[in-house]
Write a protein that binds this ligand. Sequence first.
Ligand SMILES: [Zn+2]
Length: 297
Amino acid sequence: MERSGADDLYLRAVAYDGQVRVFFARTTRSVEEIVRMQETSMTGAAALGRTGTMAAIMGKMLKGEKSVTIYVRGNGPIGTIIALADGEGHFRVTAQHPEIELPLGAHGKLDVAGLVGRRGMIEVVKDLGLKEPYRGVSPIISGELAEDFTYYFAHSEQTPSAVGLGVLVRPDLTIEAAGGFLVQPLPDAGETVISSLEKHIEKMGALTTLLQEESDAERILRRIIGSDIEVLERAPLAFRCDCSYERSLGSLAVLTVEELQAYIDQDERPEVRCAFCKRRYLIELSDVEALIKRAHI
Ligand SMILES: [Zn+2]
């Protein structure tokens, strides 16, 4: 039960004699940090936490210098959700309107699908260090996100998967628990393994309850898939933003020369705010002048 007792972590394992790959992330602390910075609503916290957790898992699956960006472009009021993660366990997530709240949905649950939207697209871009990034797209089918990523893996990556994502958020916006799992039977997995897996996942109950009840990640996984697991990797996960003055300056390049010139004329330094960590960067007017000069070349 103790929320502070467990650090955010990633676990990679195999089960059922190596016939099933299992990935797990506990992201409670990182999600709480993100929710605080982004000043989200309760439902916004759930939407960002679920997407960020999925990104954290997919980033770690790539390993090392590689990175993944997830765009959830639903037709709901939160607008586009963007999550980035790398192979070293760092992730961040933001959305256009994570502050918007909706009334509770059926059974008093947060209406994540209402906020994200039940239609739209999920786009996944993986930078694998190759010339061209990998790009996968699939439609949003429920807006609850776990189902949508399950569909994404099956249809865009042709990998049958079970995905669970959960965020338990209190009215004061503390995060009681956040995490997720991805279970993928390998192509040679037997029928009995797959049906046993399905049976267990079906009856596992709410992931948030499990995350709350168990602090040991291995025990959580065993309860999800109903089998012993062999842990192959255990690594920390953390929120991290890599914004900088240079990057903020780069974001001004979208402005027209006239818009840039207006800052010079009014002797007003432009302020750029990082979408992920909300840090503010005040841009030097000499850098604005340099941008104008470059635009004239
Ligand atoms: Zn930042």
